[in-house]
Design a protein around this ligand. Structure first.
Ligand SMILES: Nc1ncnc2c1ncn2[C@@H]1O[C@H](COP(=O)(O)OP(=O)(O)OP(=O)(O)O)[C@@H](O)[C@H]1O
Length: 193
């Protein structure tokens, strides 16, 4: 696994590359504060001001195949539940818009557990994006997606890649890494030129 990784990154899309088992997901989990690093620390700043955990979580969107939604709840109910947990009042209109954006309008009232794996991945993307986060962490965003779904990833990354926002993608898919301005190799523990 990785050790001694140290770098600064500011706005623009960052890719985390590495072969299977190299530690991309583990690294992303550490960045997203889902997992504490066994040593060292990760500091998030906004305009030079340190972000505490609560402020960071408010700004964070995280989508990954291992982030589970509730099987029994419908697409709309899952997003409404997240909105409530975040103490936000995202309108049903915004929630429905994102469900449509990821191509699940027809499945809006279907339980998450009854969706196909690709449809579940689409809902995970919507669940990370509908509340307009400033920081987006995506782990293998194209997993199980068809061509239309992969185009959706390109659209999402392009729209998110602005000076005010930050997107980090862990992937071993060259097409996904090509969307990033900088690529950090977890195996080489350095940026790939
Ligand atoms: N919960 C865990 N407990 C113990 N070891 C783990 C755990 N999760 C992952 N690992 C180990 O950490 C290493 C890195 O796993 P990780 O999932 O971060 O790799 P990855 O680069 O994302 O792989 P992939 O491309 O296959 O998704 C692997 O050797 C894996 O076995």
């Amino acid at each position: 696994m990785f050790s001694g990784v140290s770098f600064d990154h500011q706005a623009s899309a960052l890719g985390i590359a590495g072969s299977n088992g190299s530690g991309k997901s583990t690294f992303l989990k550490c960045l997203g504060e889902l997992l504490p690093p066994s040593s060292g620390n990760i500091a998030w700043e906004d305009n030079g001001i340190a972000l505490n955990k609560t402020a960071f979580k408010q700004k964070l969107g995280y989508a990954a195949p291992y982030v589970n939604l509730y099987n029994e709840l419908s697409c709309r109910e899952n997003l409404t539940f997240i909105s409530k947990m975040r103490h936000q009042s995202d309108s049903i209109k915004t929630i429905d818009l994102w469900i449509s954006k990821v191509g699940l309008k027809h499945a809006i009232n279907q339980p998450f557990g009854k969706l196909s794996t690709g449809q579940q991945q689409r809902l995970r993307l919507a669940s990370a994006l509908f509340y307009d986060p400033d920081i987006l962490l995506l782990d293998e965003p194209g997993s199980n997606l068809d061509e239309d779904g992969r185009n959706l990833i390109t659209e999402i990354v392009t729209a998110f890649d602005t000076p005010e926002k930050l997107i980090i993608i862990a992937s071993n898919n060259p097409d996904e890494l090509d969307l990033c301005e900088r690529i950090f190799s977890i195996e080489e523990e350095s940026f790939v030129e």
